[in-house]
Design a protein. Sequence first.
Length: 142
Amino acid sequence: MLIDFDGFKEINDTYGHLVGDDVIREFSRILRAAFPDDLVGRFGGDEFILLTEMQTLRDASRAVSAVLGICVRLPGLPEMRLSQSVGAVLFEGGGSDLTRLLGLADKALYRSKQRKKGSCTVMDGGENSPGREIELPPPESE
């Protein structure tokens, strides 16, 4: 899953780059806490990568909802409900080429940003139908 802030430049322009850096660190902390057993990293600039195992489309839907629902709070500043665009790739089994999967995630992220801010595009990363968009079911209420 690739995650990109929508309009992050506005945070830097409004509050300064040091606050922008704090926002990125806090978002990273929240993301790592939400996915403690998974690989989370800053991919560059205001983009993050999340590698997580999901057994079902409903799992994927919950993961996307968790990411899109992150709210950053910093002392002395108003609550920041940041919009993120997400590109995700689902695949079964092992042996998939990471470069190919990252390329599909990047393509999915680009489609999300074209559609509307705060959206997610999920693509099939399987060998038989790579790039096919997948509709996620709504996450179940807890």
